[in-house]
Design a protein around this ligand. Sequence first.
Ligand code: ADP
Ligand code: MG
Length: 305
Amino acid sequence: TLRLNAMTGWIMWALTTFFRQLGVVSEGMETISQPIDLQDAPDAQPLILDQGRIEIMELSHHYGRGQGGLDRISLSIQPGEKIGLVGRSGAGKSTLVKLLLRFYEAEGGSIQIDGQDIRQVTQDSLRRNIGMVQQDSSLLHRSVRDNILYGRPEASEAEMLAAAKQAEADGFIADLQDPKGRGGFDAHVGERGVKLSGGQRQRVTLARVILKDAPILVLDEATSALDSEVEAAIQNTLYGMMEGKTVIAIAHRLSTIAQMDRILVLDDGKIVEEGTHSELLHKEGLYAQFWSRQSGGFLNLEAAE
Ligand code: ADP
Ligand code: MG
């Protein structure tokens, strides 16, 4: 049985390594939720990012169903521009940012970053240049430290600690202890380690993205799993992170994106409204409805100026 165990262990290791190579970051072998990476084009070049301009042209993706998803979205994002994306659940917000990271191959249209079609660049260089915090962050079955360093493996311990602190994660990390007695940043997370809550996972991911410091930042309901107190504490960190970067932020709470340069309202896979917060309130369309609902039915146009 010893030999059998060793064998099983080796197979598990090989499989895990294989999936990691593919870029699949899983919370357990049985719950791989990220789509498997697409292959690099044979002549793929590393993405050269000098400005951070994103050009989305006639982008469509229906998950093979012919409907739903995204429907011919066109959008120019200027270098350093901060875009807020809002819309009902199922409107296509996450699909848009997942296509930007090329988690899926878009069924129609294209995306260029600084003039380079994302299908023509290496996946690795694409992901290195984009920092993303997702709604449902999953972590590697490794130590908390490894999970944060995954953003930038060559970072120093001090930089790693600073990132954790900025993400309001240092407090709970200090109290962690896994079943093998490893504590703090050495504690392993996942099945055989400590189980982290959704909010804790989100903060570890945030620390990873802070450390990564990529020129393009994608926040997909990045604080959705946090309680409002922690969320408020992190909000300033998020604004700080956005400085000098091209940003796409999907908000579950509208107040967090009200001051973005431009807000896009997605509905049923299309951009139906676009403007600043106060422009959109004046339109009295979908955004104004969302805003009024979130502020308890109280819509004060003057206060929004
Ligand atoms: P949002 O982030 O705005 O809530 P999504 O982009 O996640 O919306 O989803 C847009 C539409 O695409 C929804 O109808 C959703 O059911 C569908 N969808 C999302 N992911 C998948 C998937 N992996 N397979 C099939 N359909 C999907
Ligand atoms: Mg979503």
